[in-house]
Design a protein around this ligand. Structure first.
Ligand SMILES: *Cc1c(COP(=O)(O)O)cnc(C)c1O
Length: 340
């Protein structure tokens, strides 16, 4: 949700004459680090880049294995394979779509370098059990900021944490990403990779991964409004759950040890989804599968029954801070009509 603040901030940067990475990027890094309760951050050009740099900082090299869920966007797979690492897919838990810690435990080997832990749709994964496995975690907070599991805030548990500021994410800079960590050595490593110029030697891991001040100025406004964005999402979710739950739609489960910020509002429809999606679209309501396709379906690999079931049944209903109450009410009534 962009408004007058973002327009004014963008104009101020343009008037300053300096658009590239500078003071605004630094301030945006500090603001995000403060929001997540971490000492430092490095802004980069996208969430996918952030993932890949986080893996590089952990020393990922060809032949290493990176554990990740199958039911996730392809950015995770790409971040690992571009380093020559081997993605090791694991199924998700049935009710929360989060990475299954038992499956992860079975997938570990002495070649496992890291586990990428997405917090899908606004809900934290089971950080307690994943942390206990003793392998470095990269927390993927692209869809979840400000949630907790067993009192732990997302972003604080992993060796590194990444965010995405793509247009549709919780906060938006157009394109953009960030790597955060408690470990200043890991962060310094990442910071050193994001630009190529003025180096003592040529390092093939460096590249141009920088964010611009124009994006960061927009991001700064967005962080300020983030608490309100999250509250508004939770408010809409409560309305959906009350009204859809009342007519028997299986609404999202929030485990007792977690909070949910509802990046997506997912209902589980035990019926062919495409027909419902088309009918809702014809009435102006854009509902989608929240994951385009599980990774194991692209690479025809293994047996991931919960990822398959999620792909077949999980439907995302519009939820974003700019939705007005009248929009939310209409979505509920149309959805109930089309589900009959
Ligand atoms: C969007 C997203 C990414 C990638 O971020 P980009 O900024 O689009 O590169 C990675 N992981 C998850 C879970 C995402 O939702």
């Amino acid at each position: 949700m962009l408004g007058a603040e973002e327009s004014e901030a963008a104009v101020a940067v343009i008037r300053s004459g300096q658009l590239v990475q500078g003071l605004y990027v630094e301030r945006f890094e500090q603001a995000m680090a403060a929001f997540l309760g971490l000492p430092g951050a490095v802004a980069v050009s996208s969430g996918t880049v952030a993932l890949s740099l986080a893996l590089t900082a952990l020393g990922t090299s060809p032949g290493d294995r990176i554990v990740m869920p199958s039911y996730v966007c392809s950015a995770l797979w790409l971040a690992a394979v571009r380093l020559g690492a081997e993605p090791c897919l694991v199924d998700v838990e049935p009710d929360t779509y989060t990475l299954d810690p038992r499956g992860v435990a079975q997938a570990l080997s002495n070649r496992t370098r890291a586990i990428i832990v997405p917090h899908p749709f606004g809900l934290p994964a089971d950080l307690t059990r994943l942390r206990a496995l003793g392998v470095p975690l990269v927390e993927d907070c692209a869809q979840t900021l400000g949630s907790t599991q067993d009192g732990m805030a997302v972003g604080q548990v992993g060796a590194l944490t990444i965010c995405s500021f793509y247009a549709t994410k919780l906060l938006c800079t157009g394109e953009g990403g960030m790597v955060l960590s408690k470990d200043s050595r890991l962060l310094d490593h990442v910071r050193g990779l994001r630009e190529y110029d003025e180096r003592p030697r040529l390092d093939r891991d460096t590249f141009n991964y920088k964010m611009t001040d124009l994006q960061a100025a927009i991001g700064l406004c967005q962080v300020e409004r983030l608490p309100w964005f999250l509250e508004r999402r939770q408010h809409i979710a409560r309305y959906y759950s009350a009204h859809l739950g009342a007519v028997g739609v299986p609404v999202p489960l929030i485990p007792a040890d977690r909070t949910h910020v509802f990046y997506r509002y997912i209902v589980r429809m035990e019926r062919p989804l495409q027909d419902l999606i088309t009918r809702l679209e014809q009435r102006g309501i854009d509902c989608r599968r929240p994951v385009y396709q599980p990774l194991h379906r692209y690479i025809e690999l293994g047996h991931f029954p919960e990822s398959d079931r999620a792909w077949e049944t999980a439907l995302s209903i519009p939820i974003y801070p700019a939705l007005r109450d009248v929009d939310v009410e209409r979505i509920v009534s149309v959805f109930c009509e089309e589900c009959r």
